[in-house]
Each structure stands twice: as structure tokens, then as C-alpha cells.
Design a binder for this molecule. Structure first.
Ligand SMILES: Nc1nc2c(ncn2[C@@H]2O[C@H](COP(=O)(O)OP(=O)(O)OP(=O)(O)O)[C@@H](O)[C@H]2O)c(=O)[nH]1
Length: 235
């Protein structure tokens, strides 16, 4: 029942329910935490790297399903914060923690265990305790999968062994970003999204039409004289 849910914060005139959640993004520097937060909150992306010193805040409101709305407060923590006393404070009251690594940088994956230790420490080491957040292992920069050096199996094994949720995203192309945040929000609210909702969150993958291949200086045609299928490549 919504009224018993600690995240419930308002009911609008037309009986819609509004929930408030806090998501904290952790991970090594340059793994794409700010890019992820910015992509989800502002639908923008920039290639220029600007180091986050301390913390940055983002906000996004969205509809999770009919009549259920979420205000998500996203705390983007600078990659240099590990081991600092403030990190423990930042983690207090979080509903969702995203542990982000860069698929092209093995060290950032190897260091996830240290970030996870920080999360456990902040919640007294008991991952089953009430108030322990939904924690997800997030592989970013999957647009660079062709030069990734962390096998997907390794990602899944680590997630499974540590009872983490799992997302593979690209802040650059927006692949799975909405899905990841909405899926984790659903879990934090103990909701089961419908298949239809989940498909919708996955959105449309950007496809680019490439030039129709030419054979002997003319387009490929089928024997009936119809044009054959057009080739597409995913960016
Ligand atoms: N190819 C690719 N590059 C990305 C992606 N996400 C982020 N980047 C780039 O990686 C660099 C670092 O991104 P940031 O979002 O600033 O990284 P951060 O984790 O917030 O870094 P700190 O502030 O040091 O903690 C930037 O140049 C981004 O453009 C992605 O999905 N794909």
C-alpha cells in the first residue's frame, strides 16, 4: 500500500501517487557517472571531460506506470571520493546505488569491489537490513564494446556473487539508460513493471541507414524486380 511505503510523498488530485527516491552514482573517475546522470536528467551528452569535485546533484521526474510518478534525486559522486569520510554521509538514505565501471578499462571494474565495500560500510555491513539500497553493477560505454576488456560473463558472475542488479548502458548513445534507472526505481518501490512498460523503457536504438550496396553500378534487385532489403548499421 502506497501510504505504508516510506518513499510515498504525495497524492495528486487525480489520485496519482508521487514517490521520492535517492540514487547515488559511484565508481572510478572517468567511468561516465556525470554523463549518465546528465543523460538521464537533461537528455544531453558532452564529450568534454570535467572532473566532478565532491558531488553534483541532478533531478528527474518520470512516470513509472499508470498513476505512479517518481521524483529521482541523483547524487553524482566524484571518482576521487573513495575512502573519504564524506562518502559515507553521501550514501545515507540512498534507495539506489549504481556502481559504474568503464567497459574499456579493466581497473575500473576491478575497483568496483572497493566501492561496494564503501556501500556495505555505510549500511553497517548487513546487506539484508531494512533500508539497504538496491545496488546495481553498471557497465558503461558499451558503444565501445568492440574494445571492451571485461567479458560479459565476468560482469554477470560478479553481480550474481554479490547479489547486485545488473545494467549495461551507454551514456553516449543513451542505450539502456532510461531502462536502468526505471528498472532500479521499480525494485526500490517493490513494484513489478509490466512487460509493456519495460519494452517502452528500452526505447529505440539509434540506427543509421548506410548506402545501399551497388553491384556492377546498379542497386541489388531481386529476381521479381523488387528492391531487396536495405542495409542498416547500428551506431
Ligand atoms: N564512448 C563513451 N564515452 C563516454 C561515455 N560516458 C562518458 N564518456 C566519456 O568519458 C569521459 C568521462 O566522463 P564523465 O561522465 O565526466 O566521468 P565521471 O565518472 O563523472 O568522472 P569523475 O568526475 O572523474 O568522477 C568524458 O569524456 C565522457 O564524454 C559513454 O557511454 N561512451
Amino acid at each position: 500500500m502506497a501510504s505504508l511505503n516510506p518513499h510515498f510523498c504525495d497524492r495528486t488530485e487525480d489520485s496519482d501517487q508521487l514517490f521520492r527516491l535517492k540514487a547515488v552514482i559511484l565508481g572510478d573517475g572517468t567511468t561516465g557517472k556525470t554523463s549518465l546522470a546528465r543523460r538521464f536528467s537533461h537528455s544531453t551528452y558532452g564529450v568534454k571531460y570535467e572532473q566532478t569535485i565532491g558531488i553534483d546533484f541532478f533531478l528527474q521526474q518520470f512516470e513509472l506506470s499508470d498513476n505512479t510518478h517518481v521524483t529521482l534525486h541523483v547524487w553524482d559522486i566524484g571518482g576521487q571520493s573513495i575512502g573519504g569520510s564524506m562518502l559515507q554521509t553521501y550514501l545515507q538514505g540512498s534507495d539506489i546505488v549504481l556502481l559504474v565501471y568503464d567497459v574499456t578499462n579493466y581497473n575500473t571494474f576491478a575497483n568496483i569491489k572497493d566501492w561496494l565495500s564503501e556501500v556495505k560500510k555505510a549500511f553497517g555491513g548487513n546487506t539484508k537490513a531494512e533500508g539497504y539500497p538496491i545496488v546495481a553493477l553498471v557497465a558503461n560505454k558499451t558503444d565501445l564494446d568492440y574494445k571492451a576488456n571485461i567479458p560479459k560473463e565476468k560482469h554477470l558472475k560478479f553481480a550474481h556473487e554479490n547479489s547486485l542488479e545488473s545494467c549495461r548502458i551507454s551514456a553516449k548513445t543513451n542505450d539502456n539508460v532510461e531502462y536502468c534507472f526505471k528498472w532500479l526505481s521499480s525494485l526500490a518501490l517493490h513494484m513489478t513493471p509490466s512487460k509493456y512498460d519495460r519494452e517502452e523503457w528500452k526505447g529505440v536504438v539509434k540506427a543509421v541507414l548506410i548506402q545501399e550496396p551497388m553491384v556492377l553500378d546498379r542497386p541489388i534487385v531481386s529476381t521479381e524486380g523488387q528492391r531487396s532489403s536495405v542495409a542498416c548499421s547500428l551506431q
